[in-house]
Write a protein that binds this ligand. Structure first.
Ligand code: P1T
Length: 391
């Protein structure tokens, strides 16, 4: 997976792993829509034999992904959760994992409803509290799993601080970098062992593909993950790989717009009586702001959460009132999305003791014209405005 390390991020996103096609000169990486590859003699082929094992379009994507995280290797998956599951295959029954008390509901569902049945132990901790993390370490702790910013409360985890704890414990630190994207944050450079992405989000960027990636530097971990992936088969299709590859090319441009539009929306929400609290790491009042400034190098991203002053009823009304912000799960696309985590993305947190508030709303601020986004939020705020006190 070699790429030109002297090139900058924006150039790598367009060129790493994406040289013109050697057989035709095609400037854009072709979609190698084939399940199998001809062999001249048994075992003698041009580097590819079967598309579960590898495929040239996926290979190009993996090199590009590795380059964006300044890493030695990347593996692409059929979804973010397929990548997550593959990483958890590094653990054995009886091993213990520490994960955030605030995490994507599907990640929690996978550990609590699937892997726990195979003897994986886990503790959920507020990962912004490094002392609490130290206290949660057990002799059998082999992994710390952290999103930052977290989904949906946008808590900021100190990656370097967490890496130190993981190292002391003899555990691997995995950072789910989905919300930040490598344009904003490079966890491996701060001491993380592995990075996980749902490429469905900012990397794909257009809400037209589901995919995942695991990225790292340790060659032995690569061999183990690659073996498990080939054995189990959670690979992305050539066309899906191509869609993510195409998305990557504009990542930096999109992220700058997401940053800009989100900051404006945060400003609007912060000064409105219909809003109880805004969660955004770019706010100086956010408890993780200083850490975020240190580790998020190019802005604070496009994800914004807030609670409504009018409770659940206001939150439900709000998410069903916006017009430009589409009511839908997922995030990180060019279009603005709005959702109610308690009943949507985080419904599977029910019974965990870490349910999200029922008046919480999550926005994925897209790259439409900011005036249209502002007008849309303003009209939804007006619809849930608290009644004026009558004298
Ligand atoms: O959906 P999938 O590609 O399998 O990715 C799972 C995943 C992993 N990590 C984070 C931080 C995520 O947010 C997700 C998926 N999240 C949503 C679908 C959502 O709306 O929050």
């Amino acid at each position: 997976m070699s790429y030109d390390r002297s090139q900058r991020f924006e150039t790598r996103a367009i060129h790493a792993g994406q040289d013109p096609d050697p057989t035709t000169g095609a400037v854009i990486t072709p979609i190698y829509q084939t399940s199998t590859f001809a062999q001249e003699e048994v075992g003698k082929h041009k580097g590819f034999d079967y598309s579960r094992s590898d495929n040239p379009t996926r290979s190009a994507l993996q090199t590009a992904l590795a380059s964006l995280e300044d890493a030695d290797w990347a593996l692409a998956y059929a979804s973010g959760l397929a990548g997550t599951q593959n990483v958890w295959y590094l653990l054995a029954p009886g091993d213990h994992m520490i994960l955030s008390d605030d995490a994507y509901g599907g990640t929690y569902r996978l550990v609590s409803k699937v892997l726990a049945r195979y003897g994986l132990e886990y503790t959920m901790v507020d990962l912004t509290d490094l002392d609490a993390v130290r206290a949660a370490v057990q002799p059998n702790t082999k992994m710390i799993w952290a999103e930052t910013p977290t989904n949906p409360y946008l808590k900021i985890v100190d990656i370097a601080g967490m890496a130190e704890i993981a190292k002391g414990a003899g555990a691997r630190l995995v950072i789910d970098n989905t919300f930040a994207s490598p344009y904003l944050q490079k966890p491996l450079s701060l001491g993380a062992d592995l990075v996980l992405h749902s490429t469905t989000k900012y990397l794909g960027g257009h809400s037209d593909v589901v995919g995942g990636a695991v990225i790292g530097n340790d060659p032995e971990v690569y061999d183990t993950l690659k073996f498990h992936q080939n054995a189990a088969g959670a690979v992305p299709a050539p066309f899906d790989s191509w869609l993510v590859l195409r998305g990557l090319k504009t990542l930096s441009v999109r992220m700058r717009e997401h940053n800009r539009n989100a900051a404006k929306i945060v400003e609007l929400l912060s000064n409105n009586p219909a809003v109880e609290q805004v969660y955004y790491p770019g706010l100086e009042s956010h408890p993780g702001h200083e850490v975020a400034k240190r580790q998020m190098l190019n802005g604070f991203g496009g994800m914004v959460s807030f609670t409504t002053a009018g409770g659940y009823a206001a939150a439900r009304k709000f998410v069903e009132t916006t017009k430009v912000f589409t009511l839908a799960e997922s995030l990180g696309g060019i279009e603005s999305l709005i959702e109610h985590p308690g009943e949507m993305t985080h419904a599977s947190m029910a019974g965990s003791g870490h349910e999200v508030a029922d008046n919480l709303i999550r926005l994925s601020v897209g790259i439409e014209h900011i005036d249209d986004l502002v007008e849309d939020i303003e009209q939804a705020l007006a619809a849930v405005a608290p009644a004026k006190a009558t004298v």
